[in-house]
Design a protein around this ligand. Sequence first.
Ligand code: PBG
Length: 325
Amino acid sequence: MAYPTERPRRLRQSLGIRRMVAETTLRPEHLIQPLFVVPGRQIQQPIPTLSGISQWSVDRLTDEAKRIADTGVAAVLLFGIPAHKDAIGSEASMAQGIVQQACRALREAVPTLTIITDVCLCAYTDHGHCGVMTHGTQQIDNAASIARLAEVAVSHAAAGAHIVAPSDMMDGRVGAIRQGLDAAGLNDAAILSYAVKYASAFYGPFRAAQDSTPQWGDRKTYQMDPANMREALREVRLDIAEGADLVMVKPALPYLDIIHAVRAQVDVPIAAYQVSGEYAMIKAAAQQQLIDGDAVMRESLLAIRRAGADVIITYAAADVAKILA
Ligand code: PBG
């Protein structure tokens, strides 16, 4: 047997060499931290389904956001829990709504922090769906839904959001939002579209956190079928044509092939969302001492980067950023 001349192990012999030849990096600036905001004062309510994550009232959110900004993460992604729900999610677009208040407070308290807002209706509607219904039916009215979503996005940007992120999956919402923003003179507000969002069972822990479980049916008439990849490329193409500045794939780890395929097709930045179920599985297994939670988290995030994601939304953002610093 001839001695092998190709010896990949030469480049693995020390940490220094491994770092030098690493093809993929994971840095704090690649990570986005979701934050849940609730009405009230002096509230930090831990979310039972999302270990280590809390709902915050605006007065306490600013300190938490400062702590997060200090870790070097790229941005925060705001989710609101309203005081009242109704058929059209009225509170979602109010100037005094919870996300709008949070945007103004964060702009003032942490001026260097990039603010992204989730734009959707599901937490604000009494039926828990991401759009509005044709009157008296249980059918989504697509045109009315995207008009509402544009109102929500404009109100977020007017309150100071740098980037609005529609997560509803209605057809044409990116175009409607872009038009709405431009008509309001909010030309600098960018759109991160949840372009490829699957009807996934991995969102369970989140729906408890944002109280956004549909009261009937499911989200399969608007979110994508996990069986489909070509359709993902189509959704991305449509959203970019309508004005998306960044596009997202969600969930992340079970959909690395989709991230990779989207990366090959587009030249805008790609975000991937490590969703609540992905996070919860790692946390639960670590709590049972089945895995090293920090190591598995870092490896998962690195794999998502390797597949082609520029930025990753993860509940572990600040924790991981601290380890990486
Ligand atoms: C709202 C929204 C959801 C998530 C982000 N935005 C829930 C859903 O579509 O049911 C899921 C995030 C997660 O699971 O971490 N439409």
